[in-house]
Design a protein around this ligand. Structure first.
Ligand code: ADP
Ligand code: ZN
Ligand code: ZN
Length: 717
């Protein structure tokens, strides 16, 4: 007996093959099973996508000879992925306009591709031997009760937990920083695991390395009940063998909790019952390469698909999630009220949110880095044995080096950007292409010896601060200790953990860094947080810039006063030239809801997300003209779809194609970049349009073009 199957194999991004190839087999195979198949002279891993009912149409070679259908080489001996997983992958490929083969293979651990049947068997055997079955005694329900209830929940936590337990969701857990959201996730996870002996929970975090505490907390609570093998991590910082191991244990159901970053949304979990998306507003949930998927949005989709509950949590939800969780009134847009909003306004232990203080920099001498009142406040904290945290969104010493005589600036020869001056190794480094040179002694254009810096980065801030605090002593009489955390100081593996440990242990008095320090950490002794120069985002052309700044400042404020004993006295300082800006006024009140309402109103008028839908097509070419010409040509051909595709006479009028424009950073590493915005107030129309437009984009030829990509629901425009 012969069977025919279409099999997903890896294909290039825009391949018209879509990654589905037909093979025959003498054995009956389950849809979703893993196989190895021949392709040309190679053998590839594939996933059985569909069983065909009859022999496919014969294919003929160029010489007119019938090509014999190749046979599947072997099965891989791992259980099949679920049909839900296949649906998730195909939805992602369709929605984000990529080929099925690319998305499916990227969603699987890379090492799986390289193993043959025997190797997979060995690995599985090793893994099952190591992960001893969870002893029945561990699952003793009496123990469970004790462990679950060992923490007395706060009233708001109890309410949230009860709603999650009884309603379907999806839930938006809107909880202030330090309100105990993690505890609610853990309760929901424990309940899911208890109710169903096979249940699995997916917990996603933006960046695992920034929140090692969360992993500890999850292990602490889950492992004593379900064994050490019950919790696995899945993120890009892992080696390929580690990833395969985690993936296999999730796939086989041994892992009951998978803790991971955005890629974990594709983890094969046959018994998925709960998905948690912590810090759901975080931009790192949106992939910026390959299929540009949003793991948060896919979480909601996957939850619906698999009847798993979904909890999105944040102190500063994305305005999209906020809107979807706003109770709907009559006549409101249909997307309102789709999520159940759970509010936890109070911090654990009654700690109050820090007092927000703005310093009007208009009243400070020009070039002031740290205003005197802020400096005094920092010195006072140190004298009391407390810690301060200052952040500035720029690393390096100075963003530009400049000659006052001839006007030379440290431009990167390969990018439309300046190279940043790094004093520590006296280099000029391009943060876009990496091009690095030693700092010139004199101006390369005119020979002037007196070249100066413009602006300020974290490296300089650290240096300034050391000078300004030179006279300040810690309570033990020792000089002040300053530590800087940014992408430069944390390049080495383990460096970040070590630096964070120093902050936690109190070795450090002042922590200086980029926004990476403002996220998620549970610092106990930080009582003052300061944003040194956050104004830039107020006047950005990107409509999401205010949302991001507000969220960053709220999150940063949340780092202060987490210990209730100091909570009342903690402060968040903002140095600004625009203290009356509505964003800062809202921040002073910790008024997320007010700020969100104001911003959403503006977006509604402008038909921007979540009221309108958009996609960006980005083109990269040897010249800017070529990049734009490609986009313009594809845009002009789009109108033809109205005549050539049935029904498109109604779709095309719903689509707005904007002119091609250079991207903000127009050139990176000598590649010119342009983009085109596509908008519609109908998501469905936009989707239908994009899927038809794909073939036009594929067919559009332009000399000098390098590559193009579609970004659906782009984060930055
Ligand atoms: P969030 O995630 O909302 O910022 P966390 O879940 O980290 O807040 O909680 C803040 C702190 O309060 C943590 O140290 C946590 O262990 C503690 N905590 C949470 N819930 C409770 C509770 N019900 N009783 C006592 N402490 C709690
Ligand atoms: Zn010069
Ligand atoms: Zn460069």
């Amino acid at each position: 007996m012969i069977y025919w199957y279409s099999v997903i194999v890896q294909t290039p991004a825009h391949s018209p093959l879509a990654g589905l190839l037909t093979y025959q087999s003498e054995q009956r195979l389950e849809v979703g099973s893993f196989v190895r198949v021949p392709l040309g002279s190679r053998e590839l891993m594939g996933v059985v996508w569909q069983k065909l009912d009859s022999a496919p149409e014969p294919m003929f070679s160029a010489q007119g000879k019938e090509v014999e259908l190749k046979a599947i080489t072997a099965g891989l001996g791992i259980q099949a992925v679920s049909t839900a997983w296949l649906k998730l992958v195909s939805f992602t490929a369709n929605y984000y306009q990529r080929s099925l083969g690319e998305v499916a293979l990227a969603a699987l651990p890379p090492q799986l591709r390289t193993l043959d049947t025997l190797q997979v068997e060995r690995r599985l055997k090793r893994q099952t031997e190591r992960t001893k079955p969870v002893a029945a005694t561990l699952q003793n329900s009496v123990n469970d009760e004790i462990a679950i209830n060992s923490i007395a929940l706060q009233a708001e936590q109890t309410l949230a937990t009860a709603k999650i337990s009884t309603e379907n969701g999806p839930f938006l857990l809107f909880g202030a920083t330090g309100s105990g959201k993690t505890e609610v996730y853990l309760q929901a996870a424990l309940e899911a695991l208890q109710t169903d002996p096979t249940a699995q929970v997916l917990m996603m975090v933006p960046e695992i390395n920034l929140t090692p505490q969360l992993e500890d907390r999850v292990r602490e609570r889950i492992c004593p009940l379900y064994g050490d093998a019950a919790v696995v991590s899945l993120h890009s910082g892992m080696t390929n063998p580690q990833r395969l191991k985690s993936w296999l244990s999730a796939h086989m159901g041994t892992a009951r909790v998978v803790l991971g970053t955005r890629m974990a949304i594709f983890a094969s979990m046959p018994h998925l019952k709960l998905i948690v998306v912590d810090e759901e507003h975080d931009p790192s949930y949106k992939s910026q390469e390959g299929a540009r998927y949003s793991a948060r949005d896919l979480a909601v989709y996957r939850g619906k698909l698999e009847h798993a509950k979904v909890i999105l949590g944040s102190a500063t939800p994305s305005f999209e999630s906020w809107h979807h969780s706003t109770p709907a009134a009559d006549g409101d847009s249909a997307s309102k009220g789709r999520y159940v909003r759970l509010t936890m306004a109070e911090r654990i232990g009654g700690g109050v949110l820090p007092k927000v203080i703005t310093v009007n920099m208009e009243h400070q001498p020009k070039k002031t880095v740290i205003s005197p009142p802020l400096l005094n406040a920092i010195a006072e904290r140190i004298a009391h044995g407390e810690q301060a945290m200052l952040f500035l969104n720029r690393r390096g010493f100075a963003p530009v080096l400049h000659c006052g005589d001839c006007g030379w600036k440290s431009e990167c020869p390969h990018c439309s950007a300046y190279r940043v001056f790094h004093k520590i190794d006296r280099t000029l480094r391009c943060h876009h292409c990496g091009f690095t040179q030693r700092v010139p002694r004199a101006c390369p254009a005119c020979g002037n010896l007196d070249i100066t810096t413009i602006g300020r980065g974290t490296e300089q801030l650290e240096e300034n601060l050391a000078d300004l605090l030179a006279h300040v002593k810690r309570p033990d009489g020792a000089p002040v200790r300053i530590s800087r955390i940014d992408a430069d100081t944390t390049k080495l593996k383990g460096a970040l953990q070590q630096q964070l440990a120093q902050v936690h242990s109190g070795e450090v008095d002042v922590l200086v860094g980029t926004q990476m320090i403002a996220k998620g950490h549970d610092f106990r002794n930080i009582t003052l947080v300061a944003a040194i120069n956050p104004d830039g985002a107020l006047f950005s052309s990107d409509f999401r810039a205010p949302e991001r700044l507000f969220s960053l400042l709220m999150q940063a404020a949340g780092r202060a006063g987490r210990d209730a004993s100091q909570g009342a006295a903690s402060e968040m300082w903002v140095q600004t030239h625009h203290p009356q800006h509505p964003l800062y006024l809202a921040l002073k009140q910790h008024d997320y809801a007010g700020f969100a309402a104001q911003q959403l109103k503006e977006r509604e008028v402008a038909m921007m997300s979540p009221f309108g839908y958009s996609a960006l097509v980005r083109a990269e070419a040897r010249t800017q003209e070529a990049a734009q010409a490609f986009l313009t040509a594809a845009s002009e051909s789009a109108a033809d779809l109205a005549d050539s595709v049935p029904g498109f006479e109604h779709i095309i009028p719903l689509i707005t194609l904007y002119p091609a424009v250079p991207m903000t950073i127009q050139r990176i590493a000598n590649v010119e970049r342009a983009q085109m915005l596509v908008e519609s107030h109908s998501r469905k129309a936009l989707q239908q349009f994009l899927s038809q437009w794909q073939s036009i984009l594929q067919a559009t030829k332009q000399k000098g073009m390098i590559r193009w990509a579609v970004d659906v629901d782009p984060l930055a425009i």
